[in-house]
Design a protein around this ligand. Sequence first.
Ligand SMILES: *Cc1c(COP(=O)(O)O)cnc(C)c1O
Length: 391
Amino acid sequence: MHRAGEDLLYFDNNATTALDPAVVDAMLPYLTELYGNPSSAYGFGARVGQAIETAREQVAALLGCEGKEIIFTSCGSEGNNAAIQSALLADRDRKHIVTSTVEHSATKKLCETLARRGYEITWLPVDADGQIDPAEAAAAIRDDTAVVSLMWANNETGVVFPVEPIACTAREQGAYFHTDAVQAVGKLPVRLENSAIHFLSLAGHKLHAPKGVGALYVHRRSRFTPFLVGGGQEDGRRGGTENVAGIVALGKAAELAGAHLQAEQTAVRAMRDEFEAEILARVPGTEVNGGGAAERLPNTTSLYFPGVESEAMLVLLDKAGLCASAGSACAAGSLHPSHVLTAMGFSTERARCSLRFSFGRFNTPAQVARGLDIVVGAVEKLRRRMPATVG
Ligand SMILES: *Cc1c(COP(=O)(O)O)cnc(C)c1O
């Protein structure tokens, strides 16, 4: 077993990320001496409440919005569920939803559930690059569309959707626009001050904060119906005693993400580009999924290794201490090929023989070099084992 540290090659930063040590330092006091309830009237509670407000401002600063537009949640999935369900409650005559075929399961499964409850869903297709057609998206929005939900960046391929112009069209039609920005925040600049977006979800654990905390941006003039009904926490918009340590951690992680945004675009991108270019050069037949004209996240590469089953690859990579993934973490272990890759028009074979590598600021060029040898060696080993299936 390879433990986290020097010898682990963690190239799965789209599944989750390591906590930044500065984030751990920021949250620790709220797991130890500062345990007051932020809703309590005395100073010991108020001090904890103040820490939540500081975190709210830190998250708002990263997104270019106002603190009062941030609601803390438990995860990215909760943000997606809360935003879409709130939009549906705003005008019950609107029974139509627009989304894409490549959304994260948090959105995809919710829309499938809503379809069974009588909502009509338009599933926008993607092309072979993994991109939607903005004109087709705009044309899909009708006068009975309640909400358009499109991810900002895809977790499997890294492909970035042009969300802002589609949000403008949705707004003009009186529909809400939600974006699942779980993969985008911290990797791409996000400025919401003049945006048409109504709702945006993010998750702490994708940007070096812990699991169990996230945030939902709700535009200051948007109606919002709470998803979790309870006490008056979060200005009455989400019941439940706050995950204070997690929220403080997310605030600190947001501040650090802002400071490291440039490095994501340069150092992390350089590692991804180096890894991708070397694999393409050293492993015959390899292709990039989503490597066409579409803009991509700087940290992600999805690679097709013809004839090499990703499940077998992952076993070999794991033995060598390298973490990567086939499809999304949530779909791993299931026998279904990635819905993202099949939506791009790829064969089941291509979807089954593809791996995602996602880098982060705690990776080093030396790790990338070591990882390259391991991946190239694993492909060669598997191709020797099943030579007839190559190509
Ligand atoms: C990870 C992820 C989610 C889910 O976030 P959780 O915090 O695990 O609920 C949603 N959307 C995308 C694009 C993701 O990558």
